[in-house]
Design a protein around this ligand. Structure first.
Ligand code: NAI
Ligand code: MG
Length: 503
């Protein structure tokens, strides 16, 4: 049935290495596996060992054109499928992905180095939840009736935009993809996704599984590099909406392509998210909150990572000691081992980038770092990209570590004396994605929450993306929102006005 030499297993497979090999070398276009036009492929590595685990199809403009043509063809009948039926099919996909959740979790752990217990299983679960949430929203694609004149009925209707081009990163690839494809599909669009070159496998499996339920051509997947495969996708004239998660630099390229074509674009970019801790916080909860906020279990590879932590001076030393002790107790090791808390960094390039920041921090006069969590001892992991978490103190505010997104297990902690001063410091950033405040003084917390320049502010918690809570940044952190009903309506449909004169 499939144009594939070693078809991946039909039922859930817990042999992640065999599954990675079986997924090798293909895009998924028009309901089937398709080899790259140039038959070229590139290596996918396990970051915990350095070994090659699969080859991914290396897409080019020709592959992009084939995928977009398939998506454009499928979109005509998909848009005419009743909205609730579209939603029901997406909800069925959620059920199928739930059956495959453990398989997907193991595969994503293998290709990204994210620990199975603390990260990869969580991601697989949230993906199914996002699909099931949007699956229920088909009948919410409502328009309005507008009072205009006697004998004139004026209404607005929500229509899909057409083919959506989605470009995703490697840090939480399945989840970030789900935030794009689920609302796009339920709203009657079809999608072409370009996966991240570091993590093309689990998203390809998700695509194949969902294509068992969706009509062919509604959801297509390409793998390849940014300039060769991503750029032709964003520039393709039949792609009528762009949605991107990744770096600010590439976000600007995508936004420029959207401007050239005059089409809408959603961007989820980087962050330098502040965490503000007042002395009246619940201490234990806040220390644990710093660990989850900083996403140490994801090696800090998160756009919402609390990479600037401001602690009221009276609590500063105690807080840094407690945080360092807790991070130190975390187990770094084989991502597929149930005991592991912290896995490996995604790629040698990212590893070097983070090491560069660390070296610069350590060389800064007055700065010091607590270096936590022991390196793994298993000889099988000796080529793995393991990097010990660093908690810096004493860095000057103008340091690159304080201003730029590191996207690694590195945070900077500062003491503060005054709420107004710390607010100004928190807002003194190019970014504005997320922030958290830790205090039992709700009056002060709410006041600051309103004045922080961020798309998402949480008080006394720092949860990851949740279905139906709009998610997205301000300033250089992005444009538009994801995850909610409003996000689907505003970013994946346009409103058409229809008037009937029956006088
Ligand atoms: P990136 O922005 O280069 O890659 C993200 C996606 O964009 C990938 O699929 C890539 O192939 C694609 N891409 C790259 N160049 C393109 C182009 N010219 N046209 C179209 N698509 C293109 O991010 P990268 O290199 O993986 O990471 C660099 C930094 O970006 C990280 O260190 C981190 O600071 C930030 N980042 C932020 C993320 C977030 O969640 N907001 C996710 C990943 C990275
Ligand atoms: Mg890049």
């Amino acid at each position: 049935m499939l144009d594939h030499p070693h078809a991946p297993p039909a039922s859930p497979s817990l042999d992640e290495r065999a599954l990675a090999k079986a997924l090798s070398g293909h895009h998924f276009i028009g309901g089937r596996f398709v080899a790259a036009h140039g038959r070229r492929s590139f290596a996918v590595h396990n970051p915990a060992t350095g070994e090659e685990i699969a080859r991914a199809a290396e897409g080019d403009a020709h592959d992009v054109a084939t995928a977009v043509e398939n998506a454009a063809h499928a979109q005509v009948s998909w848009a005419r499928t009743p909205a609730r039926k579209r939603g029901a099919l997406v909800a069925q996909c959620a059920a199928l992905l739930t059956e495959h959740a453990e398989e997907l979790a193991r595969l994503i752990a293998l290709e990204t180095g994210k620990a199975l217990r603390t990260e990869s299983r969580v991601e697989a679960g949230v993906v199914a939840d996002i699909l099931s949430f949007f699956g229920g929203l088909g009948s919410e694609l409502k328009g309005e009736s507008v009072p205009f004149a006697p004998d004139v009925l004026a209404v607005t209707v929500r229509e899909p935009l057409g083919v959506v081009g989605a470009i995703i990163p490697w840090n939480v690839p399945m989840l970030l993809m789900a935030l794009k494809i689920a609302p796009a599909l339920v709203a009657g669009n079809t999608v072409v996704v370009k996966s991240a070159e570091e993590a093309p496998l689990a998203v390809l499996r998700v695509c194949e599984l969902m294509n068992r339920i969706l009509p062919p051509g509604c959801f297509n997947m390409l793998s390849g590099f940014g300039p060769e495969c991503g750029a032709p996708l964003v520039e393709h004239p039949k792609v009528r909406k762009l949605t991107f998660t990744g770096s600010v630099e590439v976000g600007r390229i995508v936004a420029r392509a959207a401007a050239e074509k005059l089409i809408p674009v959603t961007l989820e970019l980087g962050g330098k998210s502040p965490m503000i801790v007042f002395a009246d916080c619940d201490f234990e909860k806040t220390v644990m909150g710093a660990i989850t906020s900083m996403r140490f279990t994801r090696q800090g590879q998160s756009c919402t990572a609390a990479s600037r932590i401001y602690v009221e001076r009276g609590l500063f030393e105690r807080f840094v000691d407690a945080l360092a002790a807790k991070v130190d107790a975390m187990v770094m090791g084989d991502p597929l081992d149930e005991k592991t808390d912290i896995g490996a960094i995604i790629s040698p390039g990212q590893f070097e980038k983070v090491e560069g920041f660390i070296a610069e921090g350590l060389a800064t006069p007055g700065a010091a770092a607590r270096v936590c969590s022991a390196m793994p001892k298993d000889p099988a992991l000796k080529k793995g990209l393991f990097l010990r978490p660093h908690i810096f103190t004493g860095l000057p505010r103008e340091s690159r570590l304080v201003r730029e997104e590191i996207f690694g297990p590195v945070t900077c902690v500062f003491p503060f004396d005054d709420a107004e001063a710390v607010l100004a410091e928190a807002n003194d950033s190019e970014y504005g994605l997320a922030a958290s405040l830790w205090t039992n003084n709700l009056k002060r917390g709410l006041d600051l929450a309103h004045r922080l320049e961020a798309g998402l502010v949480q008080i006394n918690q720092n949860l990851v993306v949740q279905a139906n809570l709009s998610y997205g940044g301000v300033k250089s952190s992005g444009l538009g929102k994801e995850a909610s009903l409003e996000a689907m309506l505003e970013h994946f449909t346009h409103k058409k006005t229809i008037m009937v004169n029956y006088g």
